[in-house]
Design a protein around this ligand. Sequence first.
Ligand code: SF4
Ligand code: SF4
Length: 391
Amino acid sequence: MPSATTTRDPAPPACVLDRQGLDALVQALRARGRTVIGPTHRGGAIVLEELRSAAELPYGWGVELDGGHYRVVRREDEAAFAHSAGPQSWKNYLLPERVRQWTADRAPDGELTVRQERHPPASYAFLGVRPCDLRAIAIQDRVLLGGWHRDDAYQARRNGAFLIAVECTEPGATCFCVSMGTGPAAGPGYDIALTEVLDETGHRFLARAGTAEGAEVLAGLPQRDADAATRTAAAEAVESAAGRMGRSMPPVDLHTLMASSLEAERWDEVASRCLTCGNCTMACPTCFCTTTEDITDLTGDHAERWSRWESCYDLDFSHLPGGPVRQSGRSRYRQWLTHKLGTWWDQFGSSGCVGCGRCIVWCPVAIDITEEAHALHQEQLARRAAGEGTP
Ligand code: SF4
Ligand code: SF4
């Protein structure tokens, strides 16, 4: 089971970039042919889009989060990364919502031509990958590349992705990475890691390379050696963030809690509120389920097959001969939560939740995964106290 990842190497090789250095980083990656994707303020949200310059980062914007609530707010400083997880995650680029797989056309003479969709290999640079999302990418790697049924299109996008992590210094009210052991310090998997520092000495970014390519990119940027004051300020900012998490999971083995809660009464309570809309699965950076969908035009001469995200909250998700296996909202919510926190360990060797809080923010009725886990834990304790003897 995970432990908190706030322990840091006291003095890893590092340099300091200023705002011009950050822009030079974006330009250097673009010059290498990469499409730089990062956060920007658009349409009342911090969204992930292509950045042509670091000036498009959301300098001076933060977010106000709660269950079913998201609002972008002006900050008093000019921080670029003082916002936590937004409505999208990197899976929007690595595992896009809809992908055409093939097309088929029938000519007037009846000859059928089937064309496999060819996607040019993507070459992304993701700027601003939060430590929890870094872990989410590693989880999707295990799911989509680690088994017998490798997703080659995902592999191509993933191979071309250069990851620039940004450690969290401003956690949101719905964040709980500390109790999932996924942040706020960056774990392994990045090419470059940045920590934003804003103090009386100025606005700057402590930068470390995690790969040879990351070191090569950093070496070409205007920079200065990492000084002790910047290192200390960066470490303190991350340490402070660890102490300001908005939420936490109960301090128990969640895998065991889920396995012993299958008949809990709490499932009825949460099912009475859950709309089974599937928003939580769409927003979740680790949810990976897709389905295929075939369409034809009105003449019947043109057909296409698409893959698209699918949600375990859909009634048809568990459709077998005879009908859906999970017919009630209770069974579908229970499936989602027990998979995320429990059986994911059995399948993939980790939790399926990284504590980003997106499912809490984007649930229209503010259902909170941490609140549900606490409620299940309390119900288990109450049963034990009543001598009912849960495992
Ligand atoms: S938990 Fe919330 S977001 Fe998820 S399916 Fe239920 S109502 Fe929708
Ligand atoms: S289950 Fe919720 S908190 Fe956990 S990773 Fe998914 S969206 Fe984030």
